[in-house]
Ligand binder design. Structure first.
Ligand code: PEP
Length: 250
């Protein structure tokens, strides 16, 4: 049985001081018996506070990106060794904002996923189509192509070493959400792709999150779909009450 995961993506909001206070308040308010797993994907400078406050609790944490290089003269980059030292459980790779603003290719995303796996960190691999691709009727082909390219040469020995997030680009931060039926249809395609690439056991085990304007009022319907195993949530993960409401919806 796949455990629902609600992962907040804080993007470039808050400060380390604000984050630390938020983490502490979350631990005071989070229900003790949660059916879903909670995770927060935060900016690099927040990770020491996450480690101090969240490590060993019910709330996992990680980063939003990683360098494809293990170490070296790469000014401004953050290495996987640093993330492992800070005990990150997950890290996002291939978010559409990085693919689009930083021109990240599938091949680069695959290198980043490899680095994470080599250091025991679970990649949350983002894929999803832009609006014009959906309108042209090519959403499935495009998204599966991205999945294929972003996992090229990535050694995956078990389904629990990877999380996929289907995030249609037109739904991210726009207030437009895929209908539960559209999300489910794409998640089914993604799962079928894993069955072809690996086997049924892998496909049935891998968690596929939906991302794109998930809010407390639409989360329950999305998470109720049989192939939607939770969400990667930007805007609605920034307020404590709404993050808690998303966990309740799961
Ligand atoms: C995201 O950042 O991955 C995301 C889905 O953002 P939002 O929930 O704000 O659309």
């Amino acid at each position: 049985m796949r455990k629902t995961l609600v992962a907040g993506n804080w993007k470039m909001y808050k400060t380390p001081t604000e984050a630390k206070a938020w983490f502490k308040e979350l631990l005071l308010k989070i229900p003790t018996s949660l059916p879903a797993e909670a995770a927060l994907m935060v900016p690099f400078p927040f990770l020491p506070a996450a480690q101090e406050v969240l490590l060993g609790t019910a709330v996992a944490y990680g980063a939003q990106d990683v360098s494809a290089h293990v170490e070296g003269a790469y000014t401004g980059e953050t290495s996987v060794r640093m993330l492992a030292d800070l005990t990150c459980k997950y890290t996002i790779v291939g978010h559409s904002e990085r693919r689009s603003y930083h021109k990240e290719s599938d091949a680069l995303v695959a290198e980043k996923a490899k680095r994470l796996l080599e250091h025991g960190i679970i990649p949350i691999l983002c894929v999803g189509e832009p609006l014009e691709v959906r309108e042209a009727g090519n959403a499935v082909e495009y998204t599966l192509g991205q999945l294929q390219g972003s996992l090229e040469g990535v050694p995956l020995d078990d389904y629990d070493r990877l999380v996929v997030a289907y995030e249609p680009v037109w739904a991210i931060g726009t207030g437009k959400t895929a209908t539960p039926e559209d999300a489910e249809a794409m998640h089914r395609e993604i799962r079928a792709w894993f069955a072809r690439r690996f086997d049924l056991a892998f496909a049935n085990g891998v968690r596929i999150l939906y991302g794109g304007s998930v809010k407390p009022d639409n989360a329950a319907a999305l998470f109720a779909q049989p192939n939607v195993d939770g969400g990667l949530v930007g805007g609605a993960s920034l307020q404590l009450e709404s993050f808690l409401a998303l966990l309740e919806a799961a």
